[in-house]
Design a protein around this ligand. Structure first.
Ligand code: FE2
Length: 339
């Protein structure tokens, strides 16, 4: 191919191309380079051919890395570097990418400087970032709304059962503290929080007189109360939460050895979230008063966990719970939840 074909090729592309000699002087510019200079009132004599391009790049009071990059390219006589930069006109937001490479011919080093308009990519990136921020805001609002709705639902359930008022909130505080101490991520912790807040939602089907009965329940009443795990599952099973809340509720009375209810699941069949809720639930239930007995206290609850860790209750969750309540004997008081 002769030189005219090379020149025609360079003139046919949209990128602005200049070729420099080893001293950094512009020895060639393509048509796109000239058009850009014409359209932006940048036209120096002969479009800068014969002048030092390195001087043009060295105008940022030494803050631009370009001079150093050029020097290294010339020293190494090989390599490449790129720089994205804004170049807004009074009427238009524009970004360019400068790409600099070099080659040798007959012992001479030539440097190729290409400026390409990347405004469409940059605008798309800006839009993407903006959309991501908007989605994050919507997501935060949705989470907040979900949290408030679930808390309201939890309070509504407990209003029917004043003796256990605040039980689900207290279980939720302890269960989330256990989940965090076990090293679970915040998404898992949020699932545990919401599952705990609703774990007794199925009690909405149990007559209030039974729930607040000040004497020990009969076997028939006990059997009825035990249906709340499955009832809770039925209430939530068709809701599309991003956590298995219905299943957590279904499993919160299961025990590792299969002696729990309603399905007598074994350890490996019980969700980690449900195992944590079970530990928080039994701890809170023993610590607090019940219609048929006074509070047995935190020490009694910790004794239950120590006796049955790994037998009835998840050992790691028990250990975490024991640590939390040993370090903070006034855990629930500090959280300011009514008992
Ligand atoms: Fe329960």
């Amino acid at each position: 191919m002769d030189n005219s074909i090379f020149a025609a090729t360079l003139n046919s592309i949209s990128a602005h191309v200049a070729v420099l000699n080893e001293a950094g002087e512009i020895i060639y510019v393509n048509e796109a380079w000239k058009r850009f200079a014409d359209n932006n009132s940048l036209r120096a004599s002969n479009y800068g051919v014969g002048t030092s391009y390195l001087n043009v790049c060295d105008t940022d009071e030494g803050t631009s890395p370009l001079s150093g990059w050029f020097a290294r390219l010339i020293d190494d006589r090989r390599g490449e570097f790129r720089l994205d930069y804004p170049c807004h006109s009074p009427t238009e937001k524009r970004w360019f990418q400068m790409r600099v490479t070099c080659f040798e011919s007959k012992g001479q080093l030539y440097i190729v400087v290409v400026h390409e308009n990347i405004s469409e990519i940059k605008i798309a990136e800006e839009l993407l970032l903006q959309t991501r921020d908007e989605l994050a805001t919507v997501n935060r609002t949705l989470r907040q709304t979900m949290s408030e709705t679930i808390s309201a639902l939890a309070r509504a359930i407990e209003q029917r059962d004043p003796y256990t008022d605040g039980h689900q909130k207290r279980v939720s505080l302890l269960a989330t503290a256990i989940a965090r101490r076990l090293g679970h991520d915040e998404n898992f912790v949020t699932g545990v929080e919401f599952g705990s807040l609703l774990h007794d939602i199925g009690k909405i089907h149990i007559p209030a007189e039974i729930l607040s009965n000040p004497r020990r329940l009969s076997e028939i009443e006990h059997t009825l109360v035990r249906t709340h795990a499955q009832s809770g599952f039925e209430i939530l099973k068709d809701s599309h939460f991003p956590w298995p809340l219905a299943e957590m509720i279904y499993q919160h009375h299961e025990k590792l050895d299969g002696s729990g209810y309603p399905r007598h699941l074994l350890a490996e069949q019980i969700l980690p979230e449900a195992r944590i809720i079970a530990v928080a639930d039994v701890t809170e239930a023993i610590s607090s008063h019940r219609p048929y007995r006074p509070a047995l206290g935190t020490d009694m609850a910790l004794k239950e966990l120590q006796t049955n860790r790994g037998k009835l209750y998840d050992a790691a969750a028990c250990d975490a719970c024991i640590e939390i309540l040993t370090e903070n004997p006034d855990f629930w008081d500090r959280e300011n939840v009514r008992r």
